[in-house]
Design a protein around this ligand. Structure first.
Ligand SMILES: *Cc1c(COP(=O)(O)O)cnc(C)c1O
Length: 284
């Protein structure tokens, strides 16, 4: 276990030592850097479109680079200068545990995958610099994350959580239904009963068919739904809409998501390329 960082994002000595084991290929580094810069410029250009979209977020959304099934060297490459990228997303608890031990604690990890109750406490307790868990869909899991965060020796800061909403209603997707009492109750549970959690906002994945059909004229219904769900939830909780973020938009549909107010996009394959099968993935 590492000692808590006194203050800053300065890599700690332990980090430097463990990261030294990770080789970086210059060719790969150049591809990744170019891909990331290209995404940043596509994000910026949504803001410069005329006329501007009515629901644009107040500021440029956070970019979470989704590094699941990709090696630690890819993450270190983008975390190092010149890109110095900080937010990375992972889907599997075991893989995230391994990567977080190898990589600098200045990385801000997002857990975005399907969350199993039996791993929730460990996730919140044992991943140093876990910044957010985006796939909370039950009071039980929130309680277990809260318990894990309370036991974490790495931080006293509350863990940010997003409630996952199943905006498309597909049976294969997790998440609570948009217009439900379950959603309001879960949000209240997090706010009132989970001292070590902070309700950061709502997350959706959305239907692939809707991403494919998205154009500036035909906006994605999942993203409209998440925004409207957020507005109603904020009202039910008696808080400002802007105090709840929207995490929506992936490689295929992030521009449409930003036009609908996304505060955070989660992009994997457009940065890192196709992912290997889970059985073939290697951290080192
Ligand atoms: C894999 C994944 C992403 C990234 O998907 P890409 O299409 O590769 O950009 C985003 N969000 C979640 C929840 C994911 O599981």
């Amino acid at each position: 276990m590492t000692t808590p960082s006194q203050s800053s994002n300065e890599p700690q000595l332990d980090d430097k030592i463990s990261s030294m084991k990770i080789p970086i290929n210059p060719q790969r580094a150049s591809t990744l850097t170019t891909n990331l810069e290209h995404i940043h410029s596509r994000i910026s250009s949504v803001f410069s479109q005329q006329p501007p979209s009515a629901h644009l977020p107040p500021s440029t959304p956070r970019l979470v680079a989704v590094s699941k099934l990709k090696p630690a060297s890819d993450i270190l490459t983008l975390h190092n200068p010149p890109t110095s990228h900080t937010h990375f997303g992972e889907n599997y608890v075991q893989e995230l545990l391994e990567k977080s031990r190898l990589l600098p604690s200045s990385i801000k990890w997002h857990f975005i995958g399907g969350l199993q109750s039996n791993k929730a406490t460990q996730l919140a307790r044992d991943v140093p610099s876990l910044w957010a868990v985006e796939s909370v869909d039950s009071e039980k899991k929130a309680t277990l994350l809260d318990k894990g965060r309370a036991q974490s020796s790495n931080t006293t800061e509350p863990l940010r959580v997003f409630i996952q909403v199943n905006t498309s209603g597909e049976e294969s997707k997790s998440g609570v239904s948009p217009d439900s009492e379950e959603l309001v109750n879960l949000a209240k549970h997090i706010r009132d009963k989970c001292e070590h959690l902070h309700l950061q906002g709502l997350m959706t994945i959305g239907a692939i068919a809707r991403s494919k059909a998205t154009t500036p004229e035909t906006e994605n219904e999942d993203f409209i739904c998440l925004r409207e769900t957020r507005d109603k939830l904020a009202q039910a909780l008696g808080i400002e809409e802007a105090s709840l973020e929207l995490s929506m938009g992936m490689s295929e549909d992030f521009e449409g998501a930003i036009r609908q107010g996304s505060n955070e996009v989660r992009i994997g394959s457009t940065i890192f390329g196709e992912r290997p099968a889970k059985k073939d993935a290697k951290v080192l």
